[in-house]
Design a protein around this ligand. Structure first.
Ligand code: IMP
Length: 177
């Protein structure tokens, strides 16, 4: 256990995640018109989801890139995030799939969609493993969704609590004890 103050409880099992990602991968491939698809993982939280998702997308011309963002600058209400690591290549004229771990308030995805759109991709879609509609501050189009969850703080499968617990193979709730 991480420390004496909390334990974790399985919310979404590794098997359930695997099955959902297989479904999402098939849907992404089926809706892709052809040509290159650049999957952009939002670091750090989406690294595990991205790794499993791309293996479930049977497209020959799939490429992977990463973008990293810091938390909100100032208050959450501004929705301004800082890009701390940018894409390695241009996405002009490319089909892009933004791969996010969780859409909580929606501010991060909103910011990234606006930012990436200025780079003139041919298409720009979003895949998110988790969505917390109760916390939505802005509506963002999520083209490929995994699971909808309640307004609960979750960890594991890439998601952290203070930098830890990303290495769980499932999504868990933190439970105080
Ligand atoms: P946003 O509120 O939609 O902008 O989400 C911002 C980021 O907060 C997400 O990409 C996650 O990294 C993080 N986050 C939101 N909810 C949770 C959670 O329940 N557990 C861990 N991280 C979260």
């Amino acid at each position: 256990m991480p420390n004496a103050n909390y334990a974790t409880e399985v919310l979404i099992s590794a098997d359930a995640i695997r099955a959902k990602i297989a479904e999402m991968g098939r849907a992404i491939a089926a809706q892709h018109g052809g040509g290159r698809l650049i999957c952009v993982g939002v670091l750090k939280g989406s690294f595990m989801f991205l790794a499993d998702l791309v293996r479930a997308i049977p497209l020959p011309e799939l490429e992977v890139d990463f973008i990293a963002v810091s938390s909100y600058v100032g208050t959450e209400s501004t929705g301004v995030v800082r890009i701390t690591h940018d894409l390695a290549r241009s996405i002009e004229g490319e089909h892009v799939l933004l791969v996010e771990d969780i859409v909580d308030t929606g501010l991060t995805v909103r910011y990234l969609l606006d930012n990436l759109a200025t780079r003139h991709p041919r298409s720009l879609k979003v895949a998110a493993l988790l969505e917390k509609p109760a916390r939505a501050r802005v509506q963002v189009p999520v083209d490929f969704k995994g699971f909808t969850i309640e307004d609960q703080f979750v960890v594991g499968y890439g998601l952290d609590y203070d930098g830890r617990l990303r290495n769980l193979d499932h999504v868990a709730l933190l439970t105080p004890r």
